[in-house]
Ligand binder design. Structure first.
Ligand SMILES: C[S@@+](CC[C@H](N)C(=O)[O-])C[C@H]1O[C@@H](n2cnc3c(N)ncnc32)[C@H](O)[C@@H]1O
Length: 355
């Protein structure tokens, strides 16, 4: 301890931080947790509730015009805009306010930025804050369970549309990673397990002109997939079928893809699903696993943690913090070999061949 450091900041046996450098790092992290989280999310929520992102998307405008468009008090709106400027969402230039390119990308025009937008997440998180996260202590006390306004697993087309819209909203780098690294040369028939609305299948068909995909999903999602494929001229190449990925056998193909399916599942569930993939493949067939990284102690995965918190209020959940490093051993146990692993964009891609 240097002489410039305080010897006791606290009572003698307290286990708090004694080292000033460590304390300074702690301050940064603690401020992020309490102040940054609050400001970032609630400014975004207010702008979204007010329709301010849409109002500003049409180009630079003075406060008075924005106040008129959003039904707000100009002097108050100005302070909201100044806060948005501080956190990188807005800029003021010659008396007019505009969104930054960052804000435009993530918080406006979700259909235009369909595969990389936060718009659906903002409304989903806002609802969950009010109905669930704000009451997490009571949830932990056992006084409240998790209930979602949209049933999960989805049962109707509308339920599935809600969740598939969410899944497709952060898929850009998943598509890119698979296009760049998945070894699908020579593969004619891919089984896409829990394949979402088909955006991944479409992106792979685009890269591999001879590829056909059978996409497994819940019955309530099938029409959404079919409509998406029809709109892209891929109805002949992507077939959506209702197969329960946990309970039923998978159709035969020469590669099986699990994109963002296995990452939260424990070893037992992962093994069960990988065995189904093994049974569906000929010798030499490939299995491809793309997972979010959720087990890096230096980089907590907050996307996953928002879901994991929901599992506190469920009496049964498959959500876990499995370390993806178990895959090579697990794949070999199931009968796969030649295991490779790539890492990019906070995701991992494991590929293996049936022996
Ligand atoms: C987390 S999303 C992943 C979607 C897609 N693979 C992606 O990465 O965007 C899970 C997908 O599995 C589907 N799903 C959920 N339970 C299923 C089940 N029992 N059988 C088949 N599909 C299921 C969901 O409808 C959804 O499309």
């Amino acid at each position: 301890m240097t002489s410039s450091q305080t010897q006791y900041r606290c009572f003698p046996n307290c286990r708090c931080m004694r080292d000033d450098e460590e304390l300074a790092r702690g301050v940064e992290r603690a401020y992020e947790m309490v102040f940054k989280g609050t400001v970032d999310f609630f400014v975004i929520k207010a702008a979204s509730d007010l329709g301010l992102f849409e109002a500003m998307a049409s180009g630079p405008q003075p406060v008075a015009a924005l106040a008129e468009a959003t039904g707000t008090v100009p002097a108050r709106l100005e302070r909201l805009l100044i806060t948005m400027e501080q956190v990188g969402l807005a800029r003021a230039l010659e008396g007019a306010w505009r969104l930054t390119p960052f804000a435009e990308q993530f918080f406006t025009a979700q259909d235009q930025h369909r595969n990389m937008t936060m718009v659906p997440f903002v409304s989903y998180m806002s609802d969950l804050i009010q109905s669930y996260y704000a009451n997490l202590a009571d949830v932990t006390r056992g006084k409240l369970d998790f209930t979602s306004q949209v049933p999960h697993p989805p049962r109707t087309r509308e339920d599935s549309a809600f969740y598939e819209n969410i899944h497709r909203s952060n898929i850009h780098f998943v598509q890119k990673f698979l296009r760049d690294k998945a070894r699908l040369e020579g593969v004619r028939h891919l089984i896409d397990v829990g394949g979402g609305i088909g955006d991944i299948a479409a992106s792979l068909c685009d890269k591999y002109p001879d590829l056909r995909v059978t996409l497994l999903n819940l019955p309530s999602a099938l029409d959404l997939v079919r409509e998406n494929m029809a709109a892209r001229g891929l109805s002949e190449r992507v077939t959506a079928v209702a197969v329960d990925m946990y309970r039923e056998a998978y159709p035969e193909g020469d590669a099986v893809l699990f994109a963002r399916i296995l990452y939260p599942m424990n070893r037992q569930f992962s093994t069960m699903l990988l065995k189904k993939a093994h049974d569906a493949l000929p010798r030499g067939g490939r299995v491809i696993i793309l997972d979010m990284i959720i087990s890096d102690p230096a980089r907590p995965n907050y996307d996953y943690l928002t879901h994991y918190l929901c599992s506190i209020g469920m009496n049964f959940s498959v959500l876990e913090f499995k370390d993806h490093a178990i895959y090579p051993e697990l794949l070999q146990e199931v009968g796969f070999g030649d295991v490779t692993c790539d890492e990019a964009y906070d995701h991992v891609l494991y590929q293996a061949v049936k022996q």
